[in-house]
Ligand binder design. Structure first.
Ligand SMILES: [Zn+2]
Length: 506
């Protein structure tokens, strides 16, 4: 079903837009050495030193800890999962636990001894080698790795651990060279491969996969990120409002590392602690009020107000890609509310707005809006007219009204009396929902949805009625009249309408 595909695509868009947030918001870090204290303040300071501290991934950390406690460590591990969920962190804790001088009986590293400290900080340790496969992907690198792996670890008791990041970037030839080591691994050598794209490894190096123990790390939820942020900020004595913390967690999009880096960034640019305003400013986010204003505008079908609203965003220097990603978030939250669910992680004011519009938007309309958002994505990224595209999209949203009409019309036939709402009045669906609720309260079982209701109607009446309904909806003259008056009002709007395949026309 295309709508479902649309949702997935919107997801991808959000992710891309967020990586743009990162890019926009963090250029200075590109010029910093990675280990300077400034760059890594919070993300580094609060990097876990023990398995128990690795957030969310207890299904993996408990297994690894148990293997160490029982002395049954494998020669190769594959850690899969999205970025920022703790793959490298877990690999380092594993290396720490293998080489810790004061390891606890249950397999936890002490986190404090010289070996642990060195491995934890990623600084020079003879026994742990971290390799970025994105820059060492060829067969020569793998051969060198193989030769190095043949050297014994520095001490009798210690383990040599190779952590290969972005492992999906290794070439097939490199994997073949590595396969030879994994087939006959030298004693006390452990490989940990980390990847965001395990399917690529499956394509290029299936035989290697069968020699690795695979663990899939979970994406970190907004709630868990917020909780960790609260803990970190409290430990640092930094004030952070719940709204602001939720905003950072949302922008981090499942990455704990990003969340802490964002918090760092906000702290660095603001003297007043972490507030919604300081987060917005530091991360270049769009104010929630703007989304609420857009939601109101669409709900009330004020198509003409789209242009000043979008112009205000443009004047404020807002990145429209970021804006659309945020809009998709809000529409998705509205969809959740319209379906009777909850919208987690939104600010109080947005939650009120969503509740206010819970019955204004039919789920079908919201799905169509999300679908339209995702359809526009490929054009939007390449377009030099991003503002116009955003305007067209919002006008289109403001003019979507078909499912409202069908609901109304079916109500008319069902109840026989509900007067039709004016075509452009605000929140026309409220009546329909109310009367549907009344019907449900009646003793006779009445089907709830529009489709069921229409199916329950006497077919002959239905046929006649639907004919009439169709006549009303496709009535050329009404549509033309409306378009003509819109064109007259605003020539730009007229051009926009011409470019749209408005559903209400067909
Ligand atoms: Zn230790």
């Amino acid at each position: 079903m295309p709508l479902l595909g649309g949702m997935v695509k919107v997801d991808g868009w959000i992710r891309r837009a967020r990586s743009r947030i990162r890019f926009i918001a963090r250029p200075p870090s590109f010029f910093r050495a990675p280990d300077t204290p400034m760059a890594l303040a919070l993300a580094r300071k609060y990097r876990p030193r023990k398995f128990a501290e690795v957030a969310v991934q207890s299904h993996v950390s408990n297994t690894l800890r148990g293997a160490i406690a029982r002395g049954r460590v494998a020669h190769g591990y594959l850690l899969c999962g999205p970025r920022g969920v703790g793959k490298t962190t877990l690999a380092r804790v594993l290396a720490m636990a293998l080489n810790c001088e004061a390891r606890s009986p249950d397999g936890e590293p002490c986190g404090e001894c010289l070996s642990c400290s060195r491995i934890w900080s990623g600084s020079s340790s003879l026994d742990v080698v971290e390799i970025d496969a994105a820059s060492n992907r060829g067969v020569d690198d793998a051969r060198e790795l193989r030769e190095r792996a043949m050297y014994a670890p520095s001490g009798d008791e210690s383990y040599k651990v190779y952590i290969v990041d972005e492992a999906h970037m290794l070439t097939r030839e490199a994997w073949n060279a590595l396969l030879k080591i994994l087939e006959e691994p030298p004693p006390r050598v452990v490989f940990v491969f980390a990847t965001t794209e395990p399917q690529k490894i499956a394509q290029s190096a299936a035989p290697v996969l069968s020699r690795l123990q695979r663990f899939d790390l979970k994406r970190i939820g907004q709630g868990e990120i917020s909780e960790r942020l609260r803990h970190v900020l409290a430990s640092e004595g930094i004030e952070g409002t719940p709204d602001a913390i939720a905003m950072i967690a949302r922008a981090a999009d499942g990455s704990m590392r990003d969340a802490l880096s964002f918090a760092d960034q906000v702290v660095a640019t603001s003297d007043a602690g972490i507030t919604a305003d300081s987060v917005r400013e530091a991360l270049g986010l769009v104010a929630e009020d703007e989304y609420i204003a857009v939601l109101d505008l669409v709900a009330e079908k004020r198509a003409a107000d789209v242009f000043p609203t979008v112009q205000r965003l443009a004047d404020a220097g807002i990145d429209f890609g970021v804006f659309l990603a945020g809009l998709a978030d809000v529409l998705r939250a509205q969809l959740a509310v319209a379906l009777g669910g909850e919208a987690p992680g939104v600010a109080a004011r947005t939650r009120d707005a969503l509740a206010k519009h819970a019955r204004t938007f039919a789920p079908g309309d919201l799905l169509r809006m999300l679908g339209a958002l995702s359809e526009m994505e490929p054009r939007f990224r390449k377009s030099g007219q991003q503002q116009l595209l955003v305007e067209m999209l919002l006008v289109r949203f403001a003019l979507i009204d078909r499912s409202v009409r069908i609901e109304e019309l079916l109500d008319e036939i069902r109840g026989g009396g509900a007067p039709p709402s004016p075509p452009r009045g605000p929140a026309p669906r409220t009546n329909a929902v109310k009367s549907s609720a009344q019907q449900q309260a009646a003793p006779a079982p009445v089907p709830a949805t529009a489709v069921e209701r229409s199916a329950a109607i006497n077919p002959a009446v239905e046929a006649g009625f639907l004919e009439a309904a169709k006549g009303r909806m496709t009535n050329e003259s009404v549509t033309q009249q409306r378009l003509a008056s819109l064109r007259q009002k605003d020539p730009v709007l007229g051009a926009t309408i011409d470019a749209l395949d408005l559903e209400l026309i067909d």
